[in-house]
Design a protein around this ligand. Structure first.
Ligand code: MG
Ligand code: ZN
Length: 162
C-alpha cells in the first residue's frame, strides 16, 4: 500500500482570499508550495487535492475553472518532475442541497484511498480549517492543521515520515 499527502487547496496551496477563488487569474500559488510538493513527492507520497468548491453550486464559477486552476499548479510543477496524482472537488453547497462529499465528510478521502490503494495510517491531510481535520480523522488519516496562507514547506519538512 502506498501513502499519500492529502492537501486542502485554498490557504494551503494557493492564497486564501477570504472569498471564492473564481478564476485562474485569482489562483496565486503560495511561495513555498512547489518546493514543498517536490519534497513530499521525493519522499514517496502521492499528492491528492481534497477541496470544497461551494462556489460552483452558487453559480460563481464552473468546474472548468477549477480544473484550469489545477492545471496551472501542475504546470508550475512540471519542470520539477512532480505530478499531482488527482484532485477531488465537492461542487456542492448546503444552501443548494446537501451532499455526501463536502468536508468535514470524509468521502473524497475515502474515494482516493480506495482508488489508489492508500494506507491512511501512513498518510497525512494538511489543511487550514477544522473541517479538514475532521475529514482526516473520519478517514483514519493523520490531520495536520496549518495557518491559512502559511509556509507549506516548513510544515511538510517537519512531518514525521511514516
Ligand atoms: Mg482552506
Ligand atoms: Zn459535495
Amino acid at each position: 500500500m502506498t501513502k499519500a499527502l492529502f492537501l486542502d487547496r485554498d490557504g494551503v496551496l494557493n492564497r486564501e482570499l477570504g472569498r471564492y477563488v473564481a478564476s485562474v487569474d485569482e489562483f496565486e500559488l503560495l511561495p513555498t508550495v512547489v518546493q514543498a510538493l517536490k519534497f513530499a513527492s521525493d519522499a514517496g507520497f502521492l499528492l491528492i487535492i481534497i477541496s470544497n468548491q461551494g462556489g460552483v453550486a452558487k453559480g460563481l464559477y464552473g468546474m472548468e475553472a477549477v480544473h484550469a486552476m489545477q492545471r496551472s499548479l501542475q504546470e508550475a510543477l512540471d519542470s520539477w518532475g512532480v505530478s499531482i496524482t488527482e484532485g477531488y472537488y465537492c461542487p456542492h453547497h448546503p444552501d443548494h442541497g446537501l451532499c455526501l462529499c463536502r468536508k468535514p465528510k470524509p468521502l473524497m478521502l475515502q474515494k482516493a484511498i480506495a482508488r489508489f490503494g492508500i494506507d491512511p495510517a501512513r498518510s497525512f491531510m494538511i489543511g487550514d480549517g477544522q473541517r479538514d481535520m475532521d475529514a482526516a480523522n473520519a478517514a483514519g488519516v493523520n490531520g495536520i492543521l496549518m495557518p491559512s496562507n502559511g509556509d507549506l514547506f516548513e510544515v511538510i519538512s517537519a512531518l514525521p515520515w511514516a
